[in-house]
Design a protein around this ligand. Structure first.
Ligand code: FEO
Length: 406
């Protein structure tokens, strides 16, 4: 095979041998507007190499050509699988016969089960013990299971000698780039993508993340770099940067800000007009407000905005005794991600059956929001209704100022 792609040296004993998916735009419903990478890492041991994770099926040639710039693939004697999801294991079955004939595969207990459930490999997968130091090819590794961050099988691998934490999905981002390190890239864009990744993948597991980070701190691992399986790696000040943000995002109280999201769709602009006046009311109290018309705002963006907002105003007209399907879609997605706005406000117009605000209030209540009195109107909002909207927006903003610290 032609060596079209090169590995990149990350530390004394470690090379990045991942692949770049410039074209990815949809990760099961998550709009990945800047593509992604599937990172994998080769660690040089004594008498062979340890491969940390593999890549998505379809990228085998790029992956193998990067590996071949470091070693003969038959020198790969151990594969550590931190996570069974197919963006990190899909290429494994096709490539195993290219590695050492006695190549071992290590995974967590749940990982071993999940890999076999996916691929029915013709060899045993060795189950590693979490929290213990293991010597592999003369190098020390510590494996840390992180169940439900974000699958039952997920784990992290710490390579002691080079002080690298291979963190799989945790601390990652969907971002295709030729750069490998956060400090080589536009820091604002990298932050935006890390935030988007947390909001759209990790949010439902935030309580588990918070507990894990406490435990992780108590381990006091000496970390020079965090190397996730998507996007950029973190080193130097970047390590504290991403750990600090994860600690904040994992805590509902810490991540909530004095900001309102107004999320709505409209049929004949009545609900849109209400949304605009609610936003004006929020503004009148000096509180930040983001307005998200759902036809023009992908659910990925809505989820990202909701991560840090303290309140949400949710609007839909009534259609067929229900919500507009676009609003129902966005709600289904953000409810699945278990967002918990502190305050909610339902609003919307109707023709002959006033249904939407009732359903929106139920959804906001199910998300744990304290619902303020809703605003609805028949057909087209009058000036009096628009005044009600401005007042409702101002009340929502005032609540936020009372309850959420600056
Ligand atoms: Fe990147 Fe959960 O897979």
């Amino acid at each position: 095979m032609k060596k079209l792609f090169s590995a990149e040296k990350m530390s004394t004993h470690c090379h990045w041998v991942g692949v770049i998916d410039w074209r990815l735009r949809n990760f099961h419903g998550y709009l990945t507007g800047r593509g992604s990478t599937y990172n994998a890492y080769l660690v040089k041991g004594e008498g062979g190499y340890v491969l940390i994770d593999t890549v998505k099926a379809g990228f085998e040639d790029e992956f193998m050509s990067r590996i071949e710039t470091v070693c003969d693939p038959r020198e790969i004697r151990v594969v550590v699988s931190n996570h069974a999801e197919m963006d990190h294991t899909g290429a494994l079955p096709q490539l195993l016969n290219r590695f050492s004939p006695d190549c071992r595969i290590l995974a967590s207990r749940n990982g071993a089960k999940a890999i076999q459930a996916h691929f029915s490999l013709d060899r045993e997968i060795e189950v590693i013990k979490s929290g213990q130091t293991a010597e592999i090819l003369g190098k020390e590794f510590v494996f840390l299971e992180t169940p439900m961050i974000h699958w039952p099988d997920s784990m992290l691998t710490y390579f002691v000698e080079d002080k690298i934490l291979f963190s799989n999905d945790a601390f990652g981002m969907h971002l295709a780039s030729v750069e490998r390190w956060y400090d080589e890239f536009d820091s604002a864009l990298a932050y935006e993508e890390a935030l988007r990744y947390y909001a759209n993948i990790i949010t439902p597991y935030s309580q588990i993340v918070a507990k894990f980070l406490d435990k992780f701190d108590s381990l006091a691992l000496d970390i020079d770099a965090i190397a996730p399986d998507h996007g950029l790696c973190w080193r130097g000040e970047g390590v504290e940067f991403i750990l600090g943000h994860y600690k904040r995002w994992a805590s509902v109280e810490k991540r909530r800000s004095r900001k309102v999201a107004v999320v709505f769709d409209t049929m004949w602009e009545s609900t849109e007009l209400m949304a605009r006046h609610i936003a004006q009311g929020v503004r009148s109290e000096g509180v930040a407000c983001v307005v998200l018309p759902v036809q023009e705002s992908h659910r990925t963006q809505i989820a990202t905005e909701l991560l840090e907002t303290g309140a949400v105003a949710l609007g839909s007209p009534t259609l067929n005794a229900g919500l507009l399907p676009t609003v129902a879609d966005a709600l289904c997605y953000v409810q699945g991600l278990k967002f918990t706005p502190k305050f909610g406000l339902a609003f919307g117009s109707y023709g002959w059956g006033e249904v939407s605000v009732k359903l929106l209030n139920e959804s906001l209540g199910a998300m744990g929001a304290e619902c303020l009195p809703s605003v609805s109107c028949q057909y087209v909002p009058t000036d009096a209704v628009l005044l009600q909207c401005r007042e409702a927006g101002a009340r929502l903003a005032a609540k936020i100022k009372e309850e959420i610290a600056l």
